[in-house]
Write a protein that binds this ligand. Structure first.
Ligand SMILES: NC(=O)c1ccc[n+]([C@@H]2O[C@H](COP(=O)([O-])OP(=O)(O)OC[C@H]3O[C@@H](n4cnc5c(N)ncnc54)[C@H](OP(=O)(O)O)[C@@H]3O)[C@@H](O)[C@H]2O)c1
Length: 319
């Protein structure tokens, strides 16, 4: 019998990709926000007790980083309390939990890629609630994998890639922060890496997974590093060089679409965001690679792959 996997956040960037890939490793019962509200503890308990999964994959989260600053109780309920409750329920039925966390657990004072053993010090509400979620999972004693990733984008949803493409049709110039360094990670790569990890720990009968030797926290982001400014510039350069996207950009704007040359680098202090973000949050995937022999691509390669799919432009026009 194939293992039953309960997937939350099926309409999110990572969740949407997991929905396509996880059926390779198990029987997936997937729920979205409308079917399971993670701010409602009894919803969580009932769903887990009804499905009785062998594995819960929690891809749902409160990810609106700026909004979290003024909506702390909801961010805390979804990012901290819900994962803790899932862990507690999972432990009761001997299930394992896969959960995603963030580079924003770090304060960004380091100058070389963060390892899992580096001390955390989140500097915004989102980062604090995500770290509290990690702690709740670790404290529950459930067998788990916490994958910290960074700067996630996809061909759908709310993300930097699609925002830049939309703004390219609306603005004549764009001012982008050039002093925050990280690694933009495509949601598809996170889902693929997760599926590969699961394949690598399948038990002999294909009826479950062996988490006991590998339970813990792992970094899982694209390799290489860049700034938001350079990421935006690369997005527009690739858009200009990709016929179906250039065609869409040109059709969507009355004049010439914005070009990479029209971007202006600015500093974090000039951006005047209410939210503090780490100036450096590159993650080292060495532990992931050593434990599971799973590697992610360089961020430019991931972006190229994303552009190769027709869905970038088609999902923009659907907005
Ligand atoms: N996005 C990033 O840049 C980033 C960076 C680092 C780490 N991560 C982590 O990676 C994981 C996946 O992120 P993602 O980018 O795929 O996020 P996403 O696209 O924002 O998807 C999150 C999903 O969670 C759902 N959700 C929000 N509140 C909920 C609630 N109360 N109950 C049930 N579902 C709820 C959302 O549904 P609605 O849209 O209907 O609310 C959405 O479908 C998260 O753990 C996130 O913290 C993300």
């Amino acid at each position: 019998m194939r293992p039953v996997i309960l997937l939350t956040g099926k309409k999110g960037q990572v969740g949407g990709e997991l929905l396509r890939l996880l059926p390779r490793v198990g029987e997936v019962v997937a729920v979205g926000h409308d079917q399971l509200d993670l701010s409602n503890p009894s919803d969580i308990r009932q769903t887990i007790r009804r499905v009785r999964p062998q594995l819960i994959v929690n891809a749902a989260a409160y990810t609106a980083v700026d909004q979290a600053e003024t909506d702390e109780s909801m961010a805390h309920a979804v990012n901290a309390e819900a994962p803790g409750l899932m862990a507690e329920e999972a432990k009761k039925i001997d299930a394992a939990l896969i959960h995603y966390s963030t580079d924003y657990v770090f304060d960004g004072t380091k100058k070389t890629p963060y390892d899992e053993i580096d001390s955390v010090n989140p500097i915004n509400v989102y980062g604090k609630t995500k770290f509290a979620g990690e702690q709740a999972i670790r404290g529950s004693g459930v067998l788990h994998l916490i994958f910290r990733t960074s700067w996630v984008y996809a061909t759908r949803g709310r993300n930097f890639l699609l925002t830049i493409l939309r703004l390219a049709t609306e603005r004549k110039e764009l001012r982008i922060v050039s002093d925050q360094v990280g690694a933009p990670t495509c949601a598809l790569e996170v889902a693929e890496a997760t599926a590969k990890v699961l394949t690598s720990i399948r038990d002999k009968n294909d009826s479950g997974f062996v988490f006991s030797e590998v339970s813990g926290t792992y970094h899982m982001s694209a390799t290489g590093q860049t700034t938001w400014y350079d990421f935006a510039k690369t997005i527009l350069e690739k858009a200009e060089a990709t016929p179906h996207i250039l065609e869409w950009l040109t059709a969507a704007t009355k004049e010439r679409p914005l070009i990479a040359r029209s971007l202006i680098p600015i500093s974090t202090k000039d951006f005047r965001s209410p939210t503090r973000r780490p100036p450096y949050s590159v993650l080292s995937n060495a532990r992931l690679s050593k434990t599971f022999d799973v590697a992610l691509s360089d961020w430019r390669t991931e972006l190229q792959r994303c552009f190769a799919s027709d869905s970038v432009a088609s999902n923009q026009s659907a907005d």
